[in-house]
Ligand binder design. Structure first.
Ligand code: CS2
Ligand code: MN
Length: 394
């Protein structure tokens, strides 16, 4: 398995020099400043490759995360031909510069969503957290969406109680936490802006979203296959509908349906154990084993689930996901790939998120992406991989 590290490009407070010291050698990045839907030019990609290669430690750009899918494609409305053509062109351009693994997601409007970015950890440091009650409060009281039966009655009652005491500062904190997961610099909303952004999604069902997904795959997968590019969809985080927006990459059967939409290997999966693991019925090691030959990239992260649907990001080897079980499934797959001479025998993975620990606290890094916490995660995962690999060889 190839160790990679997500770098948010030159504005990232964490430098390539620091990344090299973690031991990771593969860089995961994106051209975050290019608006969604526009072509990533060859020159801009080449420049990013040069910056990565110029750093110490022999780093290479291994994975694009993400090549974003425009909202209109997800909504499946309007004349989408130019957007599909641009997506294909960007794929051709990244392939021409030697980057062949491309992650994306198909979540409407939002990306990963949390309600707290600094949930305190007992020994110090902090973690990202999703509280079902805070989300219900946000949805029902701040956004004033009629959520019907999206929440359990007990959760709604607690959300009502929270509404009694949440002052303006608390509401602001919650909105900022929820917006923090939006990628890139473009989509940051206040409550009014969020209402407006949600409006065109009114009435769009999970079946509509699936139909739009099928169309997207039909338009881009044959080109990706020809270019030798491995597309890999990132699961929904959290794996359930939010704010009335449908989500269709949440469960094992969702993934099976998407991988069946196109048989080409270029139609693949980013195995994100943290996203999938937050669902009460997903079993990440079983999912890893079932879809192993289509996993092109792995995000390894753990969550501790709570009875009401809340969860908190846990240290990589703690929490509810059997991480050694997931890694064993990936190592089995790599062995199979080596036997059949597949070129992609080494699966790139990264520690996806980490706790903010020690000198991370107070440093201006992306929420969930501190240096030391992720390095702890990577080191723990590296240990599991080394231990399991050794056992196989002896
Ligand atoms: C990432 C996702 O930060 C994260 O949790 O795993 O934001 C991921 O980059 C996107 O969903 C992929 O498009
Ligand atoms: Mn992830």
């Amino acid at each position: 398995m190839k160790e990679t590290w997500r770098w948010f490009g030159p504005p990232d407070d964490i430098t390539l020099g620091e990344i090299a010291q973690t031991g990771a050698r593969g860089i995961v990045t994106a051209l975050h400043d290019i608006p969604y839907g526009e072509v990533w030019s060859r020159e801009a990609i080449a420049e990013r490759c040069r910056a990565i290669r110029a750093a110490p430690g022999g780093l290479t750009w291994d994975v694009v995360e993400s090549l974003p899918v425009h909202e209109e494609i997800k909504r499946g409305q309007g004349d989408l031909a130019p957007l599909f053509a641009n997506y294909r062109q960007s794929l051709a351009n990244v392939a021409a510069e030697g980057v062949r693994t491309v992650c994306y997601n198909f979540m409407p409007l939002l990306d990963w969503t949390r309600t707290r970015l600094d949930a305190p950890l007992e020994p110090g440091g902090h973690a990202l957290r999703f509280s079902e009650v805070e989300m219900a409060f946000f949805e029902c009281h701040m956004l004033r969406r009629d959520t019907g039966s999206d929440y359990a009655p007990a959760v709604l009652a607690e959300a009502d109680a929270l509404a009694e005491k949440a002052d303006e500062a608390e509401q602001h904190r919650l909105l900022s936490a929820i917006m923090a997961g939006l990628p890139g610099a473009y989509a940051r909303y206040d409550i009014e802006g969020l209402r407006e952004a949600l409006a065109p999604w009114q009435g769009v069902t999970a079946d509509d979203l699936r139909a739009a997904f099928q169309r997207f795959l039909d338009e881009v997968v044959p080109t990706a296959e020809e270019l030798g590019v491995r597309l890999c969809v990132h699961p929904d985080d959290p794996p359930r509908p939010l704010l009335g927006l449908p989500r269709v990459v949440s469960t094992e059967s969702d993934i099976a349906a998407i991988l069946d939409m196109r048989p080409e290997r270029a139609n693949g999966l980013t195995l994100c154990t943290g996203s999938l693991g937050a669902h009460p019925r997903n079993d990440p090691p079983a999912i890893a084993a079932r879809f192993a030959d289509r996993i092109h990239f792995a995000h390894l992260r753990n969550v501790a689930k709570e009875a009401d649907g809340s969860f908190q990001e846990a240290a990589h080897l703690e929490g509810d996901t059997d991480m050694p079980g997931v890694i064993a499934a990936l190592l089995d797959e790599e062995a199979r790939r080596r036997e059949t001479g597949r070129k992609d025998a080494s699966i790139p993975f990264r520690a996806d998120h980490g706790h903010a620990l020690l000198a991370d606290v107070g440093r201006d890094t992306h929420p969930g992406y501190p240096l030391i916490g992720r390095m702890r995660g990577l080191a723990e995962l590296r240990g599991v991989i080394a231990g399991l690999s050794h056992r196989r060889e002896t």
